[in-house]
Each structure stands twice: as C-alpha cells, then as structure tokens.
Design a protein around this ligand. Structure first.
Ligand code: URA
Length: 185
C-alpha cells in the first residue's frame, strides 16, 4: 500500500538525517528494517575505497560475489572497473584523494537473482544515498548504469546520458555505462 511506502521513506529520511558521519550512516542503514531485500541478503554492503576521494562512484546493488564478500564491486564487473581505473592511474586503494575513488551502490542488499531494483526499493533507500553523498562530500559523482541515474537524476537512458555532465545535490555528476553492461557487449 502507498501509505506503507511513504512511511518507509519518511523513516529512512529521519534515520539518514540523524547520521552525523559515515560510521553512523552505515549503522543506521543496517538497522533499517523496512526494505524486504535485507531479509534475503547474506551481507550488508556499504562502501569501499577512500571516503576522502574526490570521486564517488555509485553502482546499482551488490551481486552474488559482493553479497558473499560484504564489499561492493568485487565480482567480474568490479574487476573490470578496477582495470579501467588503473588505466588512468586511479583506484580504490590509493591514499591520494585525487587518485583514489570511493564506491557505493544505490542499494546495500542484493536483490534476489540480481533482478533490477524496483522503484519502491530505490525510493526508500534514496535518503540514505543522498546522506552518503553529503557526508563523503566528493567533487565529482560518477553514476554507473540506469539504476543510479533513476535514483539521483530521476530518469534513465544511459546510452544517451553517458558522458554528459549532470548535476546532483549541487555537484557535477557524470553518467557512464555500468561495467557489467560492457562485459555483456
Ligand atoms: N554491480 C553493482 O552495481 N554493484 C556492485 O557492487 C557489484 C556489481
């Protein structure tokens, strides 16, 4: 029912707003019980990389490998992403904020069979994502694939959107293909 969804979004907004740092945000998200995906997932997957990085990368949701490991982008798509970053002398292991990246997803729990997150799931987790961006405070946001475009820009169409500079929460935002798409094509 629509009211239940609104309650979940309102609860998420309150929980997200009261998180004063990334540790508190992670705890608030783990304690959030309104998203059904939490019950089917093995792990809560928050982020990886350097929280002080100038660039924040946002993917969709954990897949099977990420659900096992509890870390984002560790499967094949993540390995391709690491190689792409390495090619431009960047990576999540760098200490230098201009060379490092900070990585998270729209959803912290794996959807069953890696299905695309639905709009209610995105809506109830969006307050946490927006707070995550505000707390990490990057200079550039990179959104990979349609799910983070839908969440943060309110529209999809990554083939047309990729490479065109957008704005999210007052920050420059660049859509790009998801590395899983690049592996398939
Ligand atoms: N795909 C994503 O969008 N995120 C991950 O963490 C892994 C694969």
């Amino acid at each position: 029912p629509a009211t239940e969804e609104m309650d979940a979004v309102a609860l998420a907004q309150t929980a997200a707003a009261t998180a004063g740092d990334l540790t508190a945000l992670s705890a608030a998200m783990q304690a959030f019980d309104q998203c059904e995906l939490k019950r089917g997932a093995r792990s809560f997957v928050f982020s990886d990389g350097n929280p002080s990085a100038r660039m924040m990368i946002i993917g969709e949701a954990p897949g099977r490998e990420e659900d096992r490991a509890g870390n984002p982008f560790v499967g094949r798509a993540g390995q391709l992403l690491d190689r792409m970053l390495d090619a431009i002398d960047m990576g999540r292991a760098h200490d230098d904020p201009t060379r490092s990246v900070y990585i998270t997803n729209v959803l912290p729990w794996r959807p069953p069979s890696n299905r695309t997150p639905d709009k209610d799931e995105i809506a109830m987790m969006l307050p946490f994502l927006e707070r995550h961006i505000a707390l990490a405070d990057p200079d550039l946001i990179v959104v990979m694939g349609n799910t983070p475009c839908q969440a943060l820009l309110g529209r999809t169409g990554i083939t047309r959107m990729r490479g065109n500079r957008e704005e999210v929460l007052g920050k420059p935002c660049l859509p790009m293909f998801h590395p899983a798409y690049l592996l398939r094509n």
